[in-house]
Design a protein around this ligand. Structure first.
Ligand SMILES: Nc1ncnc2c1ncn2[C@@H]1O[C@H](COP(=O)(O)OP(=O)(O)O)[C@@H](O)[C@H]1O
Ligand SMILES: [Mg+2]
Length: 384
């Protein structure tokens, strides 16, 4: 029998009020709730709950377990909790509005003479996030995907430099003089393009570095600008127009620009793939193939939207796209890590990612990140 089942069976048979059993109950490394089976109120929970959900046990006792779900989903989930033994990939809202993606296992039990429901939660995103190497591996895969676009981008300054140097060389070889103003203008041109190429190389090197996981004030529009600098060329080549609708004077958010870049690149790659898939289906380039990157401020959060006119997401898979290793792309193209890693990163910023999508119409991925210095952001640093 698997160890979790052993534990649950032990719990079923024992009275948690006993000191030894309480100790056992509390040392289970995953959140366990004891619910009243009829009302779904929380009768008891272990210490792992405090860590995962951010509430103290006393605050939760006698409150409804359904409070952890979006209001619109509460009725459905209440039914599922009572009737099925496994609920996969449900979103729960923890203290401060942070969302976690969990698998819930339920089993029937008795508690203080009442019929109870034992619920164990495993937080699948956090399990994944424990491994910084995985974030890094996904970043490397992203870099690999971007190579073609970057090579193209580097080609432009190089070809300008080549044209200028060929011209100067031919003049030097033939002994012709070059007007001092022209010479100066050309050297300035070369100098500017060398700086541009160097900037790109530095940027790539920085992006490839392992992030330090420190949160600091970040200008979102600036990060978007940097990402689009290295990305728009390859989108243009695919006839995809990028529209920037960036709110001026955005406040800074409490984040890490390196990891925020990773999130934006993941969303842009997905948008690009979705549009390409749509183009393949129509056997033509669409006229309205475009990605809109939009920023705004909403209730102490900066909202970043990456909206595409791609294939959209089928209803049947909507609930699974943030799951690690879930991909609908062919082998070699998708790793299924982009969204789950992005979800984890944004969660680390105390923010959240939402998705709106209609099949054949396109998708919009919306990221909310707390503005620096607000309660949402402060709660984050208090907890660290
Ligand atoms: N913008 C989008 N449009 C349509 N489908 C999307 C979009 N973004 C993500 N998806 C779906 O979510 C899945 C998971 O995305 P992701 O985690 O980035 O992995 P990958 O891109 O490697 O498949 C994709 O395979 C795709 O089915
Ligand atoms: Mg992806």
């Amino acid at each position: 029998m698997r160890s979790r089942e052993v534990r649950e069976e032990a719990l079923n048979a024992l009275d948690i009020s006993d000191e030894n059993c309480r100790f056992l109950f509390n040392t289970i490394p995953m959140p366990v709730f004891v619910l009243d089976r009829r009302s779904l109120r929380i009768l008891d929970c272990n210490e792992s709950v405090e860590e995962a959900y951010g509430y103290r046990r006393e605050e939760l006792l006698q409150t409804s377990f359904l409070n952890f779900f979006e209001e619109s989903e509460q009725q459905n989930l209440a039914l599922e909790l009572r009737t099925s033994s496994m609920l996969n990939h449900v979103t729960q809202i923890t203290r401060g509005g942070r969302t976690i993606l969990v698998n819930l296992r339920t089993s029937r039990s008795q508690y203080g003479g009442r019929s109870a429901l034992l619920v164990t939660a495993s937080d699948i995103i956090s399990i994944l996030m424990v491994k910084p190497q995985l974030i890094q591996a996904s970043k490397m895969a992203t870099l690999g995907e971007m190579t073609a676009g970057i090579a193209h981008e580097l080609n432009q300054p190089l070809s300008v430099i080549k044209t200028a140097s060929s011209f100067l060389l031919s003049r030097a070889t033939s002994g012709e003089t070059v007007q001092p103003e022209l010479l100066r203008a050309m050297i300035e041109e070369i100098d500017g393009h060398v700086d541009r190429a160097t900037g790109m190389v530095h940027h790539l090197r920085d992006f490839g570095r392992m992030s330090q996981k420190v949160l600091e004030p970040v200008w979102v529009n600036e990060v978007i600008g940097r990402v689009l600098d290295i990305f728009s060329q390859q989108l243009r080549l695919r006839q995809i127009e990028v529209v920037r609708e960036l709110a001026p004077d955005l406040p800074t958010v409490q984040a890490d620009s390196n990891r925020l870049e990773q999130v934006l690149i993941n969303l842009l790659i997905n948008a690009r793939d979705a549009i390409e898939e749509q183009q393949e289906k129509q056997c033509a380039l669409g006229e309205r193939d475009r990605i809109v990157v939009r920023t705004s401020v909403v209730r102490n959060h900066v909202r970043i939207e990456v909206q595409d006119s791609g294939v959209g997401i089928a209803e049947a898979v909507k609930g699974r796209i943030f799951e690690p290793f879930f991909t609908t792309k062919r082998a070699g193209k998708g790793t299924g890590l982009g969204l789950s890693i992005s979800y984890g990163i944004v969660q680390d910023f105390r923010g959240r990612i939402e998705m709106e999508s209609a099949e054949h119409e396109g998708s919009n991925f919306i990221v909310y990140i707390p503005v620096s210095g607000t309660d949402h952001a402060r709660e984050d640093s208090d907890r660290r």
